[in-house]
Design a protein around this ligand. Structure first.
Ligand code: ATP
Ligand code: MG
Length: 448
């Protein structure tokens, strides 16, 4: 546990000095043993919440989940969660324990945790405490429930999705009985709040091994995401494709950088294909209009999962545009690029390129050259941005007030003239220069 921040070691030492047991526990122990950087540092202690407060009186201690014995301590800018050893009684709603009881036993606290690799504790004095062979499972790269998986998933359905999420993040396989139980109880995921589902799915999609998890466990994922089911096994009947629709999307997920917007867009970019599938006389598959249908489905799906409006809007735009030729052979590619940057903004424009590149790479090996076209467009776009080209009316060296000052009547004429000037700037006809634009505006408005 060499990587533990000194503040966490100080907190352990202060609890110990006051006569309590205290350990680092859960994800931070797991990740440290794997040589990964932990998300957060969690402590578990025999001290009751009020005793924790007494030990850290004078420090910043936030009552984050006092009902469950959890408080967040801030020491020298480092946050950590301190939770009292606890056990959980019956779960009647498949999600929340009916009651939480504190216990004096570390082993009991570890026994309530979800997976063996998450049920290890460590302190400088005791070293690793590992009653369920979490370390063995870490070495074997296996996720296994602590105790009977049917019971553990039945208690809390979110654990089913956590298993898939850790499998994707850590590249671990899910042990046989644990995977069987997850599959058998998958319908109970309907009882988990949509926000929690969305958060786990995003972590899963951003995992390095998301593609394998999508392909292996799509029947479980299809409970919160029923849109996936008709994608699985849907033959594209096309020489351009070597995968069915779901496998193609999973390959695209793997090929985009691991961030929320892109991973969701890659998963859903062809979600409209099942509804638009047709087969022509020669037996070839077509999916006319699948991007527009897919955009509608994406908007509905992400809204259902309670994603914020900005996320919904941006992922939907990526799905809608994924098949759109950025620079058609006729017409100026620069102009098309400028228009699109004006519409999407710079960041999402490059996301769209990343999605298109990934889409191309997820095709049959003989038809992946479209990825190179994305590289060329990217180079052109970077060049335009370096020149500080105009992408929207706001980027023009003149504004509406300037035109009114010239004598253009207030109202729609101003907007129309700005649009004409933007077109001329974007096509290179007029430089984006104040004097030049005022002169052109005068000519256009008054023929002078
Ligand atoms: P990360 O923080 O990297 O996402 P983590 O393992 O730390 O992973 P947290 O959600 O932070 O996961 O939970 C901390 C610990 O609490 C877990 O390691 C596990 O021991 C326990 N835990 C969390 N959620 C559950 C659950 N639903 N059922 C049982 N134990 C859980
Ligand atoms: Mg954690």
């Amino acid at each position: 546990m060499n990587a533990a921040p000194p503040q966490a070691l100080t907190a352990l030492a202060r609890l110990r000095a006051a006569g309590y047991e205290a350990f680092l526990v859960g994800g931070c122990v797991r990740d440290s043993l794997l040589g990964r950087v932990p998300e957060d540092w969690d402590l578990t202690t025999s001290a009751r919440p009020a005793q924790v407060q007494a030990v850290f009186s004078g420090e910043r201690l936030i009552e984050t989940g006092l009902k469950h014995g959890t408080q967040t301590l801030l020491l020298d800018g480092q946050a950590m969660e301190i939770t009292t050893y606890r056990t959980e009684s019956a779960y009647t709603d498949h999600r929340h324990p009916d009651a939480v009881a504190f216990t004096a036993s570390l082993r009991e606290d570890l026994a309530r945790r979800d997976f063996t690799v998450n049920a290890m504790a460590w302190s400088p004095e005791a070293g690793l405490v590992d009653p369920f062979d979490g370390q063995g499972d870490l070495n074997r790269s296996i996720l296994r429930c602590v105790g009977d998986p049917m019971r553990r998933f039945d208690e809390d359905a979110l654990r089913i999705l956590r298993a898939l999420r850790f499998s994707a993040q850590l590249g671990f396989s899910i042990e046989g009985a644990t995977a069987e139980a997850a599959n058998a109880l998958r319908q109970t995921l309907e009882l988990v709040s949509r926000e929690r589902i969305a958060a786990e799915l995003t972590k899963l999609l951003c995992g390095a091994d998301a593609r394998r998890v999508l392909l292996t466990y799509w029947q479980i994922l299809a409970v919160p995401l029923p849109e996936l089911a008709p994608m699985a096994g849907l033959d594209q009947r096309s020489r351009f494709h070597c995968y069915d629709v779901l496998a193609h999307c999973a390959a695209a997920v793997e090929a985009v950088p691991p961030e929320k917007l892109l991973r969701w867009a890659a998963l859903l970019h062809d979600v409209g294909k099942p509804r638009t599938a047709t087969v022509d006389q020669d037996g070839a598959g077509h999916f006319y209009g699948h991007a527009a249908v897919g955009a509608e489905m994406t908007e509905a799906l992400l809204t259902r999962l309670r994603f914020d409006r900005d996320t919904v809007r941006r992922v939907t735009a990526l799905v809608e545009l994924h098949d759109y030729p950025i620079a058609p052979p006729e017409g100026s590619p620069e102009r098309a690029i400028r228009r699109l940057i004006g519409r999407l903004g710079e960041e999402d424009f490059f996301r769209l390129l990343a999605l298109k590149r990934a889409d191309a790479l997820a095709h049959h090996p003989d038809y992946r050259e479209r990825a190179a076209a994305c590289d060329r467009i990217e180079a052109l776009a970077r060049n335009l941005l370096a020149q500080k080209a105009a992408f929207t009316r706001r980027d023009l060296a003149v504004n509406g007030a300037d035109l009114v000052a010239l004598g253009v009547p207030r109202g729609p004429a101003v907007g129309a003239l700005l649009e004409t000037l933007l077109d001329e700037v974007m096509s290179g006809q007029t430089p984006n220069d104040r004097a030049a634009l005022l002169e052109r505006a005068g000519k256009c408005a008054f023929g002078a």
